[in-house]
Design a protein around this ligand. Sequence first.
Ligand SMILES: Nc1ncnc2c1ncn2[C@@H]1O[C@H](COP(=O)(O)OP(=O)(O)OP(=O)(O)O)[C@@H](O)[C@H]1O
Length: 229
Amino acid sequence: MSLKVTDVVVRRGVGPVISGVSLEVHQGSITTIVGPNGAGKTSLLESLSGIIPIASGGLEIDGQEISTLSRRQRSLLGLKHVEQGRMIFPSLTVRENLTLTARSKADFDEAMSLFPELEKRIDSPTVLLSGGEQQMVVLARTFAARPRYIMIDEMSLGLAPVVFLRLVPVIQGIAQSGVGVLLVEQFAHLALRAATDALVVTSGKVSYHGPAQELLADEALLRNAYLGQ
Ligand SMILES: Nc1ncnc2c1ncn2[C@@H]1O[C@H](COP(=O)(O)OP(=O)(O)OP(=O)(O)O)[C@@H](O)[C@H]1O
């Protein structure tokens, strides 16, 4: 079972921003995508979830071709995208945010169990929560919808590394429950340490796809991943 991307091309404006990217995310694994600014990481995730079109190439979820399906149809098949910025409903409480996506009490309870520290805030409007807690709500709400694959874009934006560190074991817990995770993260070292696989995207192309530990161990490759040099 996997999310399989084959030779995907994405155009924005005049030219391609993704030029033939292939990757595969297996259930229960975490793939971290790194690459310099403007490499096309966000555009890639946006094309996979259906925010922008895939110009050519294939996208399969557990063997089913979905590249021509709408964003909503892809989501219903279990492909969820946590976009940049905290997508919470600020006036709703933590409980209400989760109720929007959980289809059963069991799903609700399992999502809450990811973040015991949210229990005491469960009836607070999410606007009153810290940035880190708000991201916990975003993750819990997404997990409550029983995804098969989750793509997470720059979850740490505006957060201190130490706050992001608290989110890492939760993302690993989500993967251990059988979800395939695709992570784009500015704190690349932290995100690579949490990952099984790594993908380096430079100028819209894959320049490395392999074990995350191997990338972490290769100084030159990692420098290239950050700077595109
Ligand atoms: N809405 C848009 N319209 C047209 N071009 C865009 C748009 N958003 C991004 N681009 C262009 O697409 C290319 C890839 O950008 P993208 O944001 O996907 O890269 P990124 O790797 O996520 O970068 P960053 O790490 O800086 O967020 C860039 O050249 C960017 O200028």
